[in-house]
Design a protein around this ligand. Structure first.
Ligand code: HEC
Length: 422
């Protein structure tokens, strides 16, 4: 991915040169590099990474995991991360490992409302205008854009009105602010809590600035306390859903989605997540059914059952039925992932391996490689692919070169044992 980015950049640069020489300067904007990530963007990891907090490794994050961007520096991006106790921190990830998530009508409308809330008015207009391209949100975005634009214009006029017209201009501004309060109330009625909350706070700020006095701003018609807490629940649910589904903990992710939608039924990311999660959980359940059926069919069946079980857990790592079956099949699972170093094991491994080295390799493998995920079936990849993956995971597992060698030697011998069994 990093590589692709670099080559695309080179491609653009070369093309740029050509265009300049050919006199096509007018179309240069079409070949500029992708915009850097901005606050409020959602970014996705293009590779597995460590999330850092205050210079220390906080947790592993999987390829594909999504994060809300808080701030961008040259080499790192600060992202929102909820710890297990529910507290929010700003972790950092390398800029080179992140790509922006494609935008859609919902992300644009939310970004537009949030930009208004934070008084970035040009950005608010830009995002709300772009939402008009999405049929599903066109009407909603249009209504908000009209009100927001009108209020921003009226507020600007009120601030610079000449004294003779001041009263009229201020009244016009109050009217547009009143319009925003009405819109927020309607949004609450339609279940768009986060949007309503952003508009209400944006109205407070715009109004106070334009009229110079908070008490001159028309009061809101919504229950603000309720709105604040529901919008916060929804925002937290979005982050928790993303974190859990990044780790394939889909049952946990569904719980977060349900809680978020209860607080904010209009929250678009959660609505589409619900559909996706349901589909994936159903797929995991199918793997469970297959595994359960196959294990009834003798030793060969058990091997197929373990494969189905592994596939199921890859889709959904926290499905209770899959976890229960895994527990039931624990001893078969161990035999196919990290077999004990027995005399039979050593015989199959060959005369060149020592029992001590095998025990050490197994211990490292079962202790250090299970911190973040399950072990995979031994025959899921070749020895050389195992060597590669152990090398890739070494930094995460904090193991040095000789420890890597011992793990790979153990895995290679264990694979020979499997082949001998069959
Ligand atoms: C600190 C957490 C952590 C530790 C420790 C860890 N892994 Fe991983 N591993 C991950 C994550 C996260 C993924 C998900 C894929 C990714 O994004 O890299 C993963 C993926 C994998 C995969 C699947 C890769 C694929 O492409 O299908 C294998 C196999 C694997 N790890 C093996 C190991 C081995 C062997 C060790 C011990 C040397 C180990 N892991 C230690 C976090 C860890």
């Amino acid at each position: 991915m990093v590589h692709r980015f670099t080559s695309r950049f080179c491609f653009s640069a070369c093309l740029l040169e050509f265009l300049i020489q050919a006199g096509f300067v007018g179309v240069l904007h079409a070949v500029t590099a992708p915009a850097p990530l901005m606050r409020g963007d959602v970014a996705r990891l293009t590779r597995g990474e460590m999330l850092m907090f205050k210079g220390k490794e906080l947790t592993g994050a999987a390829k594909g995991q999504e994060f809300t961007v808080l701030k961008t520096e040259a080499a790192v991006v600060y992202v929102a991360f909820y710890k297990e106790d529910g507290s929010l921190i700003a972790g950092t990830l390398p800029t080179a490992a992140l790509e922006p998530l494609p935008q859609n009508g919902w992300s644009d409308i939310l970004r537009g409302a949030e930009a208004f809330q934070e008084q970035r008015y040009d950005e608010a207009r830009r995002f709300l205008t772009r939402t008009a391209e999405d049929a599903a949100y066109r009407a909603l975005a249009g209504a908000i854009l009209t009100r927001v634009s009108g209020a921003i214009t009226a507020a600007t006029a009120a601030r610079s009105a000449d004294p003779a017209r001041a009263a009229t201009v201020r009244q016009a501004c109050v009217n547009t602010l009143q319009g925003l309060r009405d819109t927020a109330e309607q949004l609450v009625q339609q279940g768009y809590i986060s949007l309503a909350f952003a508009l209400e706070e944006g109205t407070d700020r715009l109004g106070a600035q334009a009229l110079g006095n908070v008490s001159a701003v028309p009061p809101s018609k919504t229950n603000r306390e309720d709105l604040v807490s529901r919008a916060a629940i929804a925002t937290r649910a979005v982050a928790q859903y993303r974190q859990a589904s990044g780790l394939h903990r889909l049952v946990q992710a569904s719980g977060a989605v349900r809680e978020g939608l209860k607080a904010d039924p209009g929250r678009g990311e959660l609505k589409s997540a619900q559909v996706r999660l349901q589909k994936d959980i159903t797929e995991a359940e199918t793997h469970h059914e297959n595994a359960d059926k196959m294990r009834q069919h003798g030793p060969k069946g058990v091997i197929h059952a373990l494969t189905a079980l592994e596939m199921g857990l890859k889709v959904c790592a926290d499905h209770p039925k899959l976890l229960a079956l895994k527990k039931e099949m624990q001893s078969s699972f161990e035999e196919r992932t990290a077999p004990q170093v027995t005399p039979a094991f050593l015989k199959a491994a060959g005369p060149e391996v020592s029992a001590k080295a095998m025990e050490e390799g197994r211990k490292l493998y079962t202790n250090r490689c299970t911190e973040c995920h399950d072990l995979e079936l031994l025959d899921s990849r070749t020895v050389s692919a195992w060597r590669d993956i152990v090398g890739t995971m070494a930094r995460r597992a904090k193991i040095d070169g000789s420890e890597q060698g011992r793990i790979v030697a153990y895995l290679a011998a264990a694979q020979r044992g499997l082949d001998a069994d069959q």
